[in-house]
Design a protein around this ligand. Structure first.
Ligand code: ZN
Length: 499
C-alpha cells in the first residue's frame, strides 16, 4: 500500500493522489447497464476499466467494496423525462413480464462479464429493489426546497439549486447551456423550467412498471437510483464513482445535484470516466444503430466482423489503450490485438518452463536487477492513472528477454526465473486480468484440425486406389456423421464443415 497512485478526477480536471476516506478501505460505485438488450463493446470498456482499478486497489491491499447497479426501470426511450420505459417497451413487444426481460439480459450480461474475466462486483443492486430509498431521496430534496411537485410528478429545481450551490460543476456547463440542450417537449406543461429534471414521474395509464408514492402511482427518475443506492451501500461520503464519459452529463451532473440538495454536501471524492469506443469514427451505441454486441464479437456473427474475436482479445484490445483516450473499432486493430496477446502468452509459456527448472546456457545472464526494473516500471505505469498500455509495453520488453533465453542467447538462474515469472504473472494475470485464452491459439488449433481431416482424406484416396471401398466409404461416412461434407474432385477431394 506504499504505492502512490495518481488518478484523474473529472471534477478537479487533474490527476490527484489517491487517498481513501477510510484507512485501508475503498468504496467504489460504477454505473451498470440498463438491461433491455445485450451488452456491446461500449459496455465492455467501463467494465474492464473499473475491473482493472478494482484489481489494482485490491493488489495494493485495500479492502474494496465495489457496487455496480443494474438499471431495470426508469430509463426512458429518449434519455430524457419523456417516452416509454425501455424495458417495459421490450416486454410489451415480446409479450413478456418486464422482470423477465431484465432477468434475461442480466444473465446474458453476467455471462459476457465472466467471459471477459471481469470480477463480479461486491454488491449488484437493482433499481426496482430500491424504490423506497429513491422515494426517501426525493422527499429529502422536496423538504430542503430544491424540488417541486407538479401534476403527480416531482421535478428538481435546477435554477434554485444553481443559485445556492452552482449546477454544472462536473461537466463545466453553465445553466444557459443546459437550458439550450434540453428538449422543448420534455415534461411539457409540468416543469417550471426546461433544465429541471424528473425525480419522480406519474405513470400514464398504459405504463406497467409503477409503484405507489405520496405523489402518484409512478416510477423514479433515472438519476435517482445511483444516488440512493450509492449512499445506501457506501455511505454519505465515498471514494470513487465511475462510468463512461457519456454519463457525465446529464446523469452524473444530476447525481451531484441530488446528493448536495439532499444532504448538503457531495458524496463522491473522485469522479472517474472512461472515454468512448467509436466505430468508423462515430460513437457506438444503441441509439446510433451501429453497435456490435459482445456475443456477436465472440461468435463473429456481424457484417462488420471479418472473424470471431475471443473475449481475451477484446479485453487486451481495450487495455491496449489508456482508458481516457478514444478507441476506434476495426478488424485490423482487433487482429493486431489477437497477435499481441498470443505473443504475450507464448512468452509466458516459455518463461514458465525456465521458472519450473529448465536450464539454459548462454551469455549474458538475466539478472535480478532486470526483474526488479520490470516490476517497478509496471507499478510506475499503473500509478500514473492506470496506464495499462505502458504496462503492456513493459511486458512485451519482458518477452524480448524471454526470447533471448529461448534462443539460448542468455541464461537465467532458477531463483531469477521464478521471480521473473512471479512479476509477469502479477501484472499480466492478476492485475490486467488476462487469462491464457483458447482464442489466442485458436488459429493454430484450427490449422492442426484441418491437417488431421486432410490426413484422413489422404488415407481414403489411398484406400480408393487400392479398391478398398469398405474403408473409403467408412472414412467418408464417419466424417459425414461429424458434420463434414466430402466431395470428390478431379484432383482429389474437397471438404467443408457444416456445423
Ligand atoms: Zn448511474
Amino acid at each position: 500500500m506504499e504505492q502512490n497512485l495518481l488518478i484523474y478526477n473529472t471534477l478537479s480536471r487533474r490527476k490527484e493522489l489517491f487517498r481513501p476516506l477510510h484507512e485501508g478501505r475503498v468504496g467504489m460505485y460504477v454505473c451498470g447497464p440498463t438491461v433491455y438488450g445485450d451488452a456491446h463493446l461500449g459496455h465492455a470498456r467501463p467494465a474492464i476499466t473499473f475491473d482493472l482499478l478494482f484489481r489494482y486497489l485490491q493488489h495494493l491491499g485495500y479492502k474494496v467494496r465495489y457496487v455496480r447497479n443494474i438499471t431495470d426501470v426508469g430509463h426512458l426511450e429518449h434519455d430524457a423525462d419523456e417516452g416509454e420505459d425501455k424495458i417495459a417497451k421490450k416486454a410489451r413487444l415480446e409479450q413478456l413480464e418486464p422482470m423477465e426481460v431484465a432477468q434475461y439480459y442480466t444473465n446474458r450480461f453476467h455471462e459476457a462479464m465472466a467471459a471477459l474475466n471481469c470480477l463480479p462486483p461486491s454488491i449488484e443492486p437493482h433499481a426496482t429493489g430500491h424504490i423506497i430509498e429513491q422515494q426517501q431521496l426525493v422527499q429529502q430534496i422536496l423538504d430542503n426546497g430544491y424540488a417541486y411537485e407538479s401534476n403527480g410528478s416531482v421535478y428538481f429545481d435546477v435554477e434554485k439549486y444553481d443559485k445556492a450551490y452552482k449546477y454544472g460543476i462536473l461537466s463545466g456547463r453553465n445553466l444557459d447551456e443546459v437550458k439550450d440542450a434540453s428538449r422543448e417537449l420534455d415534461g411539457v406543461g409540468e416543469k417550471r423550467r426546461q433544465a429541471d429534471f424528473a425525480l419522480w414521474k406519474k405513470a400514464q395509464p398504459e405504463h406497467i412498471m409503477r409503484w405507489p408514492s405520496p405523489w402518484s402511482d409512478g416510477f423514479p427518475g433515472w438519476h435517482c437510483e445511483c444516488t440512493a443506492m450509492g449512499r445506501k451501500y457506501l455511505g454519505a461520503h465515498f471514494d470513487i464513482h465511475g462510468g463512461g464519459m457519456d454519463l457525465i452529463f446529464p446523469h452524473h451532473e444530476c447525481e451531484i445535484a441530488q446528493a448536495v440538495a439532499s444532504q448538503g454536501d457531495q458524496m463522491v471524492h473522485y469522479w472517474m470516466h472512461n472515454n468512448m469506443i467509436t466505430i468508423e469514427g462515430k460513437k457506438m451505441g444503441k441509439s446510433y444503430n451501429n453497435f456490435i454486441t459482445l456475443p456477436q464479437f465472440f461468435s463473429g456473427q456481424h457484417e462488420k466482423l471479418s472473424q470471431p474475436y475471443s473475449p481475451m482479445t477484446i479485453r487486451f484490445f481495450i487495455l491496449q489503450a489508456h482508458y481516457r483516450s478514444t478507441v476506434d473499432f476495426g478488424n485490423d486493430a482487433l487482429q493486431a490485438a489477437e497477435k499481441g496477446l498470443a505473443r504475450l502468452m507464448e512468452g509466458w509459456k516459455t518463461l514458465k518452463r525456465f521458472a519450473e527448472g529448465q536450464k539454459v546456457k548462454g551469455q549474458p545472464q538475466v539478472e535480478m536487477k532486470q526483474v526488479d526494473e520490470l516490476r517497478q516500471n509496471c507499478y510506475d505505469a499503473l500509478n500514473d492513472d492506470l496506464n495499462s498500455p505502458i504496462v503492456i509495453s513493459h511486458l512485451f520488453d519482458a518477452c524480448r528477454i524471454i526470447n533471448t533465453l529461448a534462443d539460448k542467447k542468455a541464461s537465467i538462474t532458477a531463483e531469477v526465473a521464478q521471480a521473473f515469472a512471479e512479476v509477469f504473472h502479477t501484472f499480466a494475470f492478476d492485475i490486467l486480468g488476462l487469462t491464457e485464452d483458447k482464442g489466442a491459439t485458436s488459429k493454430a488449433r484450427e490449422e492442426a484440425f484441418g491437417a488431421v481431416v486432410n490426413m484422413l482424406l489422404e488415407q481414403r484416396m489411398q484406400a480408393k486406389a487400392e479398391k478398398n471401398w469398405a474403408l473409403s466409404d467408412k472414412i467418408r461416412d464417419d466424417l459425414a456423421a461429424l458434420g463434414f461434407e466430402v466431395k470428390d474432385t478431379k484432383d482429389g477431394y474437397a471438404w467443408t464443415l457444416n456445423k
